[in-house]
Design a protein around this ligand. Sequence first.
Ligand code: NZQ
Ligand code: ZN
Length: 392
Amino acid sequence: MLGNFTYVNPTKLYFGENALEHLPEALADYGKRVLLVYGGGSIKKNGIYDKVVSLLQKAGKEIVEDGGVMPNPTLAKVYDGCRIARVGNIDFILAVGGGSVCDYSKALSVSIHCEEDPWEKYYLRMEEPSCQIVPVGCVLTMVGTGSEMNGGSVITNTETKLKIGKVFSEKVFPKFSILDPTYTFTLPNYQMVSGFFDIMSHILEQYFSDSDDNTSDYLMEGLLHSLIHSSRIAVKNPLDYEARSNIMWIATWALNTLVAKGKTTDWMVHMIGQSIGAYTNATHGMTLAAVSIPYYRMLLPYGLPKFKRYAINVWGVSAEGKTDMEIAEEGLARMESYMRELGLVMNAKELGVTEDMLDGIAEGSFIMEGGYKTLTKDEIIQILKESMEAVK
Ligand code: NZQ
Ligand code: ZN
């Protein structure tokens, strides 16, 4: 049954080659002082930085810079960014980068004017902002997280080893996002395929949950078909515009809240993956890849009809002469071989996970109850151990 819901998504998108030309028009309604937020320097190498600065200058904006946002942005960096933004008295935050830069910018947007400690208020107590929110816009350069059209903001506290994702209400969603698929062409292969699996995981973690006859499930099967098809093309030819643009669009739809409507959602792969990230600082999508197959093998008996449907509708498994369990297992086997074909990390050891971390990673994995089964801490440790034994 489709549950009750409210749906709104206020982010305006400018999509396609040269979409950056819309930047002055997108910024027209906002104030003069723009905080330009970016990562470790990729945008300076590939020329995006120069284009953005030139358009901001043409639009008559004053630029305050906040570069050096690291993958898996830290709380310490958020405190630094707040200081820069307050000194610069900024009116708008322009995030130019991947999910880390976008997430960090959202964290700043609700923290600059916050009188309490943002980590305590937003990430531990999961409250909504009660202060002035500084508006954010994004120019996306890495595809996967969906941060360009959602309220998600994942921050790592390196002192307590907790990586927590707060999902803010639509007031914190980016006001606009500029999505030019050609901007993702310079991504290293490791980041590109990691993003592909992040997208797949977002879809699966909303697919494997009740209710089981929901329009969203059909939408997600369509998104998965398109993702599998286009990702196979993109790994062979990363400059294939058609494939890369399809993937950019799939990523946005995978996590802009639409497909979660009227259903429960699982999110355990993300909870375990984020905790691995807190301990190892590994690339987000790879942390998900490393635990997915052991997790779904464990989940399968509790959601057999859906795993059977997944095998048939997504992976084209033939049902003839097979038990439901055989069909479902064949679906997961095809998923695993697709993951290996992309070159994803299947073994958590490759991400730096060691035996002595297992207890802490399991402890730091928030246990969600929306999937077919609520995991125990011991089961999380078992999933991690299976990953560490997986063929590399
Ligand atoms: O920092 P620079 O130099 O820019 O390099 C980045 C970074 O090293 C590089 N990169 C990005 N665009 C590039 C590029 N290199 C060359 N050419 C380009 N065009 O890629 C590296 C990774 O970037 P990052 O932003 O960290 O990747 P991603 O987009 O995967 O973001 C990961 C973060 O998003 C969070 C993750 O937990 C992680 O912290 N997530 C956010 C979500 C949300 N807001 O809803 C949901 C996701 O599940 C995820 O948890
Ligand atoms: Zn993700």
